[in-house]
Design a protein around this ligand. Structure first.
Ligand SMILES: NC(=O)c1ccc[n+]([C@@H]2O[C@H](COP(=O)([O-])OP(=O)(O)OC[C@H]3O[C@@H](n4cnc5c(N)ncnc54)[C@H](OP(=O)(O)O)[C@@H]3O)[C@@H](O)[C@H]2O)c1
Length: 299
């Protein structure tokens, strides 16, 4: 078994490589500098050469606001890239595990979104990811598309890093309190994907298709920021907790519209693949402890 991990240097890709290694799996991890998935012929040739038994696509154009003006790049990476990977999977007769986002929804529903709910993205990033999902589903049968949300990890830029940095510099922060969703540790997503790889490897039956997976519990950006500061304070990474002022979406304008509610219902993955949701607060603690150990973002 060889897993080909695309987007290996990103938040999720890094965790996938780390955990594949820990599990003793044979894997090849590549990022943009080694393979540009927007180039069809090099993608096909690369897959031909590596001969993986499964591909995990953790690569994406994730700059949500920049995507509003950098439209062609967002679609190239988020729609064309998955399409070319799906085509190479068809040619090699192997499955593709792909990752998508809560931003495919408009956020106007008051309860969690199911896989059967109609998407209606509010911006370029969400639209490009949705078209990537469709390209995968229309190209091959053996695929899993895992929609997730509010991803954080010890690598890369994310909300946790931003809040901790600001909390170390300021006495007061303002954070949006009227958007709900579920933070998800990249380490937990990686475990989910590798559990699926295990099932494939063991020849267990798999219901292919679209799944939702996020951490629990559902929260707001404001409450997430409170938890980050509390945990960082408990770990001695903050001398004092800042006051976190709850603000509304209209007080924090962004280029791309965010869904007001992006909670994803995750019953299907539990029923079909026996995968339960992890508590993101545990993942958060792992990330903070890792930074503390590495002297990263310490006071
Ligand atoms: N981040 C979130 O909050 C969030 C929320 C919901 C869903 N998701 C989804 O979760 C998945 C993983 O996200 P993440 O946060 O781990 O993303 P990330 O940290 O931004 O990593 C994405 C990786 O893909 C690489 N990449 C970009 N263009 C590429 C190309 N043309 N060919 C090959 N690699 C390319 C990037 O390289 P460069 O850095 O060099 O560009 C980066 O290393 C994505 O599908 C994303 O849409 C993320």
């Amino acid at each position: 078994m060889t897993i080909l991990i695309i987007g290996a240097a990103g938040q999720l890709g890094t965790e996938l490589c780390l955990r594949s290694k820990e599990r003793g799996y044979k894997f090849v991890g590549v990022d943009y500098n080694e393979l540009d998935i927007t180039n069809e012929s090099s993608t096909m040739a690369f897959v031909d050469q590596v001969k993986p038994t499964v591909i995990i696509n953790a690569a994406a154009y994730t700059a949500v606001d920049r995507a509003e003006t950098d439209i062609a790049s967002a679609f190239a990476v988020n729609r064309e890239g998955p399409l070319y990977l799906a085509r190479s999977c068809v040619k090699a007769d192997i499955p593709l595990l792909h990752v998508s986002t809560d931003y495919v929804f408009d956020g106007e529903k008051s309860t969690p979104y199911h896989e059967t709910d109609a998407p209606n993205p509010g911006g370029v990033y969400g639209q490009s990811k949705l078209e990537g999902e469709t390209a995968v589903a229309n190209t091959l049968d053996k695929f899993i598309t895992l929609r997730t949300a509010w991803v954080f990890s010890a690598t890369g830029q994310n909300f946790v890093r931003t809040i901790l940095r600001l909390a170390q510099q300021r006495d007061e922060l303002s954070v949006v309190a009227d958007q709900t969703g579920a933070p998800t540790w990249a380490g937990d997503i990686a475990e989910v994907l590798l559990e699926i790889v295990d099932r494939i490897h063991q020849g267990k039956a798999i219901t292919w298709g679209l799944y939702h997976y996020t951490g629990v519990p559902v929260t707001t950006w404001h409450a997430f920021a409170e938890t980050i500061c509390q945990q960082a304070f408990n770990l001695g990474m903050l001398r004092k907790k800042p006051f976190i002022k709850p603000i509304s979406t209209s007080e924090y304008p962004t280029a791309a519209k965010r869904p007001q509610n992006s909670a994803l219902a995750c019953a299907r993955i539990q029923e079909e693949l026996l995968i339960s949701q992890a508590d993101w607060r545990k993942g958060l603690e792992h990330v903070l402890i890792q930074w503390k150990k590495n002297n990263e973002l310490s006071t």
